[in-house]
Design a protein around this ligand. Structure first.
Ligand code: F6P
Length: 342
């Protein structure tokens, strides 16, 4: 059996741990051969391969990023994409493909598997934790840890200068990083994309916090938006893939807070720091288990499936089901955090 492996979408701490888990178990237990495809779907599209054996995965467990490289290339949007992928898989004598990625990468894997007969097994990854059908994705715990440490550090500056410190974290469509790091870091306001916020309310919370002689920390997800009429979306842009980018909500918020409350405010945008570097122990554990279970799915010929965490069990679910809908923050969880606002 010869298995292809690729990593697509934004990089994420734990990708290398998955690759290692897949290859180690595949070689040692089942005697499989592996071929790495470079840069997500670009690899099988352009037949760009890399050696993937035991020496190639040695020492990669704690390393961030992905030794296979990544891209957001979508073969379904390319003329002849499916045929090129099938031809290149045949050229490399690939019997199965393990696709490690987020919604977009796995969406392609689901269609290739279900509609075009390409035998794919999916492994979910995203720091955003917004993939349905799995309780957690690896990368999320690392991102929350980085954001929490940043918030801890911002508290001391906020208190020393009696300023409002706004911390913008990742999360275009889901506020999981904001919610978890905001709670873990003791933020006074948490703003998420799932619920439009009221700027007047935010300013009232800030003012009440100063009255109690404390300087507030605001954690805002990059995709959070104020209610209608409170923001001119002049910053809305689309990237070359058509994704909406609402860049600058943190900066905008700090300016509005200053204008409305008369308190000095500053913004820190954490950006890609949340995605880089070594994975946390939890993410290494989860990613390794996902890798081990993904190669078992290949052995069982259970294609069109994705490995997923349910409680402490790793299970298999149809990839198509997992990518059909984003997992957003439950309003009850957000409401629960509200006790700390203000
Ligand atoms: O999906 C992961 C993610 O990190 C999002 O939280 C973020 O909005 C996006 O990727 C950024 O993508 P890029 O690195 O392509 O700008």
């Amino acid at each position: 059996m010869r298995v292809g492996v690729l990593t697509g979408g934004g990089d994420c701490p734990g990708l290398n741990a998955v690759i290692r888990g897949v290859v180690r178990k595949g070689v040692q237990e089942y005697g499989y051969d592996f071929v790495g495809f470079r840069d997500g779907w670009r690899g099988p599209l352009e037949n760009d391969t890399v050696r993937l054996d035991i020496p190639a995965v040695r020492g990669i467990l704690p390393r961030g990023g992905t030794v296979l490289g990544s891209s957001r290339t979508n073969p379904l949007k390319q003329e002849d994409g499916i045929r090129r992928i099938k031809d290149n898989l045949a050229k490399n004598e690939i019997d199965a493909l393990v696709a490690i990625g987020g919604e977009d990468t796995l969406g392609v894997a689901a269609r290739l598997s279900d509609e075009y007969g390409v035998p794919c097994v999916g492994v979910p990854k995203t720091i955003d934790n917004d993939l349905s059908a799995t309780d957690y994705t690896f990368g999320f715990d690392t991102a929350v840890g980085i954001a929490t440490e940043a918030i801890d550090r911002l508290h001391t500056t906020a208190e020393s200068h009696m300023r409002v410190l706004v911390c913008e974290v990742m999360g275009r469509h889901a506020g999981w990083i904001a919610l978890h790091s905001g709670l873990a870091g003791g933020a006074n306001v948490i703003l998420i994309p799932e619920q439009r916020f009221d700027l007047d309310q935010v300013c009232a919370w800030i003012t009440s916090r100063f009255r109690a002689s404390y300087a507030p920390i605001v954690v805002v997800a990059e995709g959070a938006m104020p209610k209608d009429g409170q923001m001119v979306l002049k910053d809305e842009t689309r990237d070359s893939f058509g994704h909406v980018r609402l860049s600058g909500v943190g900066e905008w918020l700090a300016k509005e807070i200053e204008r409305r409350t008369g308190k000095e405010a500053r913004t820190t945008v954490l950006g890609h720091i949340q995605r880089g570097g070594t994975p946390s122990a939890f993410d290494r554990w989860l990613a390794t288990r996902f890798g081990l279970h993904a190669i078992d799915a290949v052995r069982d010929g259970d294609f069109g499936k994705m490995v997923a965490l349910r409680g402490t069990d790793v299970v298999r679910v149809p990839i198509a089901e997992a990518t059909a809908k984003l997992k957003t923050v439950d309003p009850k969880l957000y409401e629960e955090a509200g006790v700390f606002f203000g």
